[in-house]
Design a protein around this ligand. Structure first.
Ligand SMILES: Nc1ncnc2c1ncn2[C@@H]1O[C@H](COP(=O)(O)OP(=O)(O)OP(=O)(O)O)[C@@H](O)[C@H]1O
Ligand SMILES: [Mg+2]
Length: 256
C-alpha cells in the first residue's frame, strides 16, 4: 500500500528581514483555505519567532522532539505540536536559543520526513545563514522558495547565492520578489533583477501588500491571508498566493 506523503517547503533568503516568516505564515493561511493540513516548523533554531508571530504560548518544542528521538521515546509528531486552528499546527523552535544551537544536524532530515507523512504540506521557517542545519533543510525539502527584495545588498548577496546553488546542483527552487516588505525600495527594474540573477522571477508580491498596521496582526496572532480583507483589498496578492499554493500542491517531485 502506498502511504501518502506531503510536500515540504522552505523559505530561504540571502539577507535577513526580507519577509520569510511573514509570508510562510501567509502561505499556511492560503493552504488552510484549500483545506490542506499544514505543519509550520520553526527551524530558525536560535531566534525562532513563529509562536510569537501567531501569539501562541507552547509547552513542547523541537527540543523535546529531538530529546525523544535521541532516547528512542518518539512515537508521533503530534505529541510535539501546538495547535493554531483546525488546519494549522506549529512545531515551535526551542524557547532557549542555547538549546537551539545544540540541536544536531543529524536529526533535521528525520524530522522533515516524519512530518511529511502526517501533513499535506510542511512549511519550514529558517534563518538566512548557510549553517549545516540550513544546508540540510535545503537539501531535504521538496521545494525551496527564495524570497528576494529590490534592495542592492540583498541582490548582491543573492547573486552569490545563485552561484553557490549552481555549484551544489540545487535546482528545485522558485524565486519570489517581495515588494511588500519595503514598498519604497525599487532601485532596479524587473529586467535588471533578472539580469543580475540570471534567473527568472517566478512570483511577485506587490507593494499593495505592505501593511502599516502589521503590528496589529502580530499582537492578535491573526494570519493576514485568513483575514477577509486580504482577498478583497489585496486581491492581486491573494491570487498570487493561490497560484503559488496550487503549483506546489501539483508539483510531483514527491509523488514517486
Ligand atoms: N507586508 C508587510 N507589511 C509590513 N511589514 C512587513 C511586511 N512583511 C514583513 N514585514 C515586517 O518586516 C519585518 C521582517 O519580516 P520577517 O520577520 O517576515 O522577515 P524574515 O525574512 O523572516 O526575517 P529574519 O531573517 O529575521 O527571519 C517584520 O518586522 C515584519 O513585520
Ligand atoms: Mg524569519
Amino acid at each position: 500500500m502506498k502511504i501518502k506523503k506531503g510536500k515540504s517547503i522552505c523559505f530561504f533568503s540571502a539577507k535577513g528581514g526580507v519577509g520569510k516568516t511573514t509570508n510562510l505564515i501567509n502561505l499556511a493561511g492560503i493552504l488552510e483555505q484549500l483545506e490542506k493540513r499544514v505543519l509550520l516548523i520553526d527551524m530558525d533554531l536560535t531566534s525562532g519567532s513563529i509562536a510569537n508571530f501567531l501569539n501562541k504560548s507552547y509547552d513542547r518544542s523541537l527540543t523535546n522532539l529531538v530529546d525523544d528521538l535521541y532516547y528512542n521515546r518518539f512515537t508521533e509528531i503530534e505529541d510535539y505540536v501546538t495547535k493554531y486552528d483546525d488546519y494549522i499546527d506549529l512545531l515551535c523552535a526551542p524557547k532557549d536559543p542555547r538549546e537551539g544551537a545544540q540541536i544536531a544536524n543529524s536529526f533535521i532530515s528525520d524530522i522533515i520526513h516524519k512530518a511529511e507523512y502526517n501533513y499535506d504540506v510542511v512549511l519550514i521557517d529558517m534563518n538566512h545563514s548557510l549553517s549545516d542545519v540550513n544546508l540540510t533543510i535545503l537539501d531535504q525539502v521538496s521545494e525551496i522558495f527564495f524570497i528576494i527584495t529590490n534592495d542592492p545588498l540583498d541582490l548582491k548577496n543573492m547573486k552569490n547565492m545563485m552561484i553557490l546553488f549552481k555549484e551544489l546542483e540545487i535546482k528545485n527552487f522558485k524565486i519570489i520578489l517581495n515588494n511588500s516588505r519595503d514598498p519604497f525600495k525599487d532601485y532596479f527594474s524587473i529586467y535588471d533583477i533578472k539580469h543580475i540573477l540570471k534567473h527568472n522571477i517566478d512570483y511577485t508580491l506587490s507593494s499593495e501588500m505592505f501593511l502599516k498596521d502589521m503590528e496589529k496582526y502580530i499582537m492578535k496572532g491573526i494570519i493576514l491571508s485568513l483575514d477577509r480583507k486580504f482577498s478583497s483589498l489585496m486581491s492581486k496578492d491573494y491570487q498570487n498566493f493561490l497560484v503559488i499554493a496550487t503549483a506546489l500542491l501539483e508539483s510531483d517531485k514527491n509523488e514517486q
